[in-house]
Design a protein around this ligand. Structure first.
Ligand code: FES
Length: 635
């Protein structure tokens, strides 16, 4: 078979491919992950590239005429037929290390506060043992010498594995028979034997998100957080949402393994760089806790996810057996214990259980609504007596995906928008303070609210013909320019289009309909909710009054709202540091009832009513429609 060389500019990275390979596949091979929301179907228009030289065949796909004229094509639709040079514009690349780690969640996240009423009792502990040196008369085996000491000194019946035995004779002698032993608390498995005094002990809390992966490195001896790292989930090249990844995993030969490897590579790359930065060996990391949605857990563990997306939506498992890092492929001590958070159902997963654990939904009498405003739109309602959950499939719009100039909350993302109702002039708040590159979730919510308030769009989201050069008609319909090319970081206009607005309205409608469906199912009114906890990748803040104004969130007093940031990661940290917290997580998984929104008409009816700004039933939003300024709710 013929081989061709593909050179990617501007980085000058080269790969060899066979004839018939698409540029998207070649970029994947070169470790240059391109945005590909549709997973290569040619419909999302995200994988834009330019062929600089060489022979290709372009199939088609959905690309605006303007970009075609400028010589751009879609990587997934461009087939390599010779040696080629391909230019990848920066905005087509999934950037690697730009995940915003610091959220300003208003729930405390210092680890001492995090532990709160839970004891510090990590998954693994280090115990020091003093062994007697063997003699001709006291000549038991190394293993029984070690286990006897453990029994005598700590009252523990230890378990040894073959991997530990293989090095044991040298480890004991080099340590002069004075050793630190790292033990898994759950089953007293021996994980490490090192000279006494050297037994450092670390753990990883991993939030395996559909879009981003964040890893926290913790010292298990004192519960201190040593560092955090984050990156895009490399699975994104196979599609933006869980459905397209399940399809890839189950319809392509080897697809599941590709996705498993992509998730692993993401986690391992982040943790390796964390360990290197802090001078820690892989062998010293003896525990990991992973929180991800049901599909992510299946894919990471290489478990067939096929029936998650087929009626009646059945996952292979909601609870996972005790695992070791070696059997999964995590690049830490191969004997390390790995706990994967339990799921509730196909679309309410371990990340939500972790969030429920951290936010103590089941801790008291007060009625709490916990919402993760992300692609899957999971939410939980309840208190210490009962919990009900659902997933409203909000789509990735509030995570910046599927929106023309949408992006994740990272440097350059617009997170706040002001529009003058007289002049229609725009002011933007940009994360990091530099030039804008696009809009993240909070910016999109603000933008929608302000377009409506300035009378630029009507209640259905259609544009009014207001007199400003910012509003213009293109082949695709109307669009509003938020920043001109000269003001943006990439030299292109930043716009919001009519299609983007419809997309956002569908997403916000789904979230609100999910909330209403949960409440109606348990026959409660919105007013009964004491506390609303918002989780999600919004960057530094979510402007609650604007979210209420567009009808995304219920019209309740601002005091009831708490923005909690990445609760999945914080729940994983808590479970890693405290076994009683982990026990509670297992119970939470059992306790949550799952409401299947696709069964019955309730959700659909609520959804249709919510496709207006803010809603068809204006009485649900008195502060928005009744002349009270929504500003009063700020707090
Ligand atoms: S258009 Fe190429 S990946 Fe979506």
């Amino acid at each position: 078979m013929k081989h061709f060389t593909v050179t990617f500019i501007p980085d000058n990275i080269q790969v060899q491919v066979t004839a018939g390979t698409t540029v998207l596949e070649a970029a994947q091979k070169a470790g240059l992950p391109l945005k590909s929301t549709c997973g290569g179907a040619g419909t999302c228009g995200r994988c834009i590239i330019k062929v600089r030289r060489g022979e290709v065949q372009v199939k088609g796909g959905h690309l605006p005429a303007k970009l075609k004229e400028e010589g751009y094509t879609l990587a997934c639709q461009t087939i390599i037929q010779g040696d080629v040079a391909i230019e990848i514009p920066a905005e087509s690349l999934l950037s690697k290390h730009q995940v915003l780690l610091q959220d300003k969640g208003r729930l405390q996240d210092g680890l001492t506060d995090l532990l709160g009423s839970y004891p510090l009792e990590a998954a693994c502990e280090v115990v020091t043992l003093h062994l007697a040196e063997p003699t001709l008369t006291e000549n038991t085996s190394d293993t029984s010498r070690l286990l006897t000491a453990l029994r005598k000194e700590k009252g523990v019946e230890g378990q040894v594995s073959l991997a530990l035995l293989q090095d044991l004779p040298e480890s004991l002698r080099q340590a002069g028979w004075q050793v630190d032993v790292t033990l898994a608390r759950a089953d007293n498995r021996l994980l490490r034997v090192t000279p006494a005094g050297s037994g450092r002990n670390f753990g990883l809390a991993i939030d395996l998100g559909t879009t981003t992966v964040v890893v926290s490195l913790l010292d298990l001896r004192n519960g201190r957080r040593i560092g955090q790292g984050g990156s895009y989930n490399r699975q994104a090249v196979y599609g933006d949402d869980v459905i397209s990844r399940i399809i890839h995993a189950t319809s392509n030969h080897g697809g599941l393994e590709e996705l498993r490897q992509a998730a692993l590579a993401t986690i391992n790359e982040i943790s390796n760089s964390l360990l290197a930065n802090h001078g820690i060996n892989q062998a010293e990391v003896t525990a990991a806790v992973i929180a991800g949605n049901t599909t992510m857990s299946h894919l990471l563990l290489g478990v067939n996810p096929k029936y998650i997306r087929l009626q009646p939506y059945i996952p292979a498992a909601t609870e996972w057996p005790a695992l070791t890092a070696g059997e999964i492929g995590l690049a830490i001590n191969p004997l390390a214990t790995v706990q994967v958070f339990p799921s509730v159902a196909s679309y309410v997963g371990g990340d939500i259980v972790a969030g429920a654990l951290f936010t103590r939904i089941a801790g008291g009498e007060e009625l709490t609504l916990f919402i993760d405003i992300g692609t899957n739109g999971e939410m939980v309602l309840g208190n210490k007596d009962w919990l009900i959950s659902c997933a409203c499939s909000a789509g990735p719009a509030f995570e910046g995906s599927g929106i023309t100039c949408g992006m994740r909350a990272m440097e350059g993302a617009v997170e706040g928008v002001t529009i003058d109702p007289e002049t229609f002039e725009v002011e933007l708040e940009v994360i990091g303070g530099g030039r804008p590159a696009g809009l993240c979730g909070s910016g999109l919510i603000d933008c929608l609210a302000k377009l409506r308030r300035a009378g630029i769009i009507d209640r259905t989201g259609n544009f009014h013909e207001v007199a400003t050069p910012r509003l213009r008609l293109t082949d695709e319909g109307y669009e509003f320019v938020l920043a001109w090319a000269a003001e943006s970081s990439h030299g292109k206009d930043i716009v919001i289009t009519a299609a983007d607005i419809k997309n956002l309205i569908r997403s916000k409608g789904a979230v609100f309909a999910g909330i209403q469906s949960l409440l109606k199912t348990v026959s409660l009114e919105l007013e009964a909710v004491d506390r609303i906890i918002i989780a999600g990748g919004f960057g530094n803040y979510l402007h609650v009054p604007n979210a209420v104004e567009i009808g995304l969130l219920p019209d309740l007093p601002a005091e009831k709202y708490v923005f909690a940031g990445n609760t999945s990661l914080k729940g994983a940290e808590l479970a890693l540091l405290s076994r009683p917290a982990w026990q509670e997580a297992l119970e939470l998984g059992h306790k949550m009832t799952y409401l299947e929104l696709s069964a019955g008409n309730l959700f659909m009816e609520e959804f249709v009513s919510a496709l207006f700004l803010p809603h068809t039933q204006l009485e649900l939003f008195p502060s928005v429609t009744g002349g009270t300024s929504p500003q009063r709710r700020e707090g």
